[in-house]
Each structure stands twice: as structure tokens, then as C-alpha cells.
Design a protein around this ligand. Sequence first.
Ligand SMILES: *Cc1c(COP(=O)(O)O)cnc(C)c1O
Length: 360
Amino acid sequence: MARAINFSAGPAALPEEVLTIAAAEMLDWHGSGQSVMEMSHRGREFISIAEAAERDLRELLAIPANYKVLFLQGGATLQFEMVPINLLAGKASADYVHTGEWAKKAIKEARAFCQVNVVASSEDRQFTYAPAQADWKLNKDAAYVHYTANETIGGVEFHWVPDTGDVPLVADMSSNLMSKPVDVAKYGLIYAGAQKNIGPAGLTIVIVRDDLIGKAVPTPPAMLDYKIQADNESMFNTPPTYAIYIAGLVFQWLKKQGGLAAIEQQNIAKASLLYDFLDASRFFKNPVAKADRSRMNVPFTLADAALDEEFLKGAKARGMVQLKGHRSVGGMRASIYNAVSLSAVKTLVDYMAEFENSHG
Ligand SMILES: *Cc1c(COP(=O)(O)O)cnc(C)c1O
């Protein structure tokens, strides 16, 4: 069996070791005689799986004790709604930073609940940079400040943590959580859909400071209330059990890699290899400001878009899949999450060099 070299933006590549363990445990998890998929979420076996997953996540990110970890569903998209429902806390407005496709969606959803102040935007340069802190026009009475830590489509990443003073900072880290250490204490809330860099689709991770819980709009839908989810240890209803199990295996794998500082070094090496090649190339281009380039998602274009199909075909013939760019921006995109190896990126860069030589 040949495994593809998978550059998908999400659902994305998972570590092969994790899939191998999951396969071996598929029919009989640790002598229980059951697949994890078949277990009661309230049973001793699954509770131990969920507890280990949370423990390892807390250890990897060094999450302070006054933060709750929630394992929810509905994707990052549901957080676009749950954040205002829970964090407005009686206030009339929230501040949002507009950096591209995902920020735009978060802003659109929040507008149903409050006045949204777009306090900084990179629209003037087609969302190819992260607006500098000095240009953020923050409001003291905003309930929170929301930004997209990594724009998965545009390939723009914040390599610094915004300072919002006493106003809680909220981050959509769907595509870069677990790619590097994070100083969680600087945030009020962090959320991420799992399917980019953590595990299967269906699981959404929310890390929230406990004083921000319990201030939702009056009579919120129970499922959308962080307090109810937290009080029930993310088991108000049946959680996405199998997705939690796989995420737990990914956390164990991350610990074996040496934790997030070690993974960050690997991610820097992978991203540098690809960006250095792009910068030296006269045929391929990446539009993002150098200081703000994503280590996870690398969009690039060919000098002639008429060659896109041929490029993708050649990549496929070499075992590389999912390089086509997002429909909204075109071109190519290589997503190089934790599970994509340095040798996979080398294979891509070698192919790009070869393609440039024959078509450039
Ligand atoms: C993928 C993605 C989302 C949407 O995630 P869903 O799980 O599909 O709701 C939101 N924000 C960012 C940054 C993403 O990469």
C-alpha cells in the first residue's frame, strides 16, 4: 500500500503512527473487546480515554489551572456564534480584526449578536499581511477582541500575541493550534476545529478562562452555553468519542516528538525550505509579507495559470495530492501541518524545481 503525500488544508494528514495504533486497536481497545466507537461515553474505558486526552493537551500547552478545556462539536464555525453568545456578557460590542476569509466569516456571524467594530484590516493589500498592533483601534468597552491566528486560506499567520489590555483576547487557532507553544494565559479564549492539525473532523477544542464562563445571553440554548458544557465535563450530550480518542493519540505522538517546542522547530524547518525555494524562484510566487507567512499553509502561484492543471497532474504522478488552492484564491496551496514530514516538503520542492526548469 502506498500512502499519498497529503498537503490537504483539512481534513488533513494525520501521523501514520497514530493511524497504525488506531488500526491495531480498532476491534479491541486494550482488551475491552470493543472498538472505541462502540463504547459508552459514560463507561470507565472511554472516560479514561477522554481524561488522558485532556491531561496530555494541558501538559503540551501548559494550560493554567484556571482554564477549562471543552471538547465540543459544530466546528470552528459554531464558535463564531458561541463566542458572542457567551462572551458579550451584557456588552453591546466586540472588536474584530479582519485578515481574510475566516475572519470575514467570524465577523459575519457575530453581527447577528452585537455591534462588530472592525478594529484593523488587511483588506487594503488583499489580506496578505497581519495588521501591526499599532494600527489596531481597540475600544475599551468591547466585550472581547477576536482575531484569526492563522488564515488557512490566505496563508497569513500572527507570529506575535496581540496585547488587548484588560479586554479578553479571543483567537481562532483552527489551523495552527499545536504547531508551536502558546502562552495560554494571554488569552481569554482559544478555539480550534480539530481537522487541520489535531485529529478527525467533528471535534472542536475550546480553551476558556473560567471567569468568562457563565455570563451567556439570557436563556442560551443549552448546547451553546459554555457553562453547561463545562459543568458537564463536555458530556452534556454524547461527545464525538472516536475523534477525541484519535486526538488523544495525536497528543501522545506530539509528546513523543518532544512537545510543542520541538514540533515548532520542525515546522520552521519545513516552512523555510518551501519559502526559501519560492523566494529564489522566478516561476513560483507567494504573495504574503515575509514576517507574516504561515508555517502551516503556503499558498503559491505559477507564472502561468494555464499550467496549473499540468502541475497538479505531475504532482499526483509523484504521489502528492491536495495541492490545489482554495477556490476563492486559485493557484496552489501546500498545507504542511505537524503530520507532514520534512521529506514530504523536500519531495514537493524537488518537483517544483524540476517543473520550473522544464516550463520556466
Ligand atoms: C477550517 C477553519 C474554520 C472552519 O472550521 P469548521 O470546523 O469547518 O467549522 C474556521 N477558522 C479557520 C482558521 C479554519 O482554518
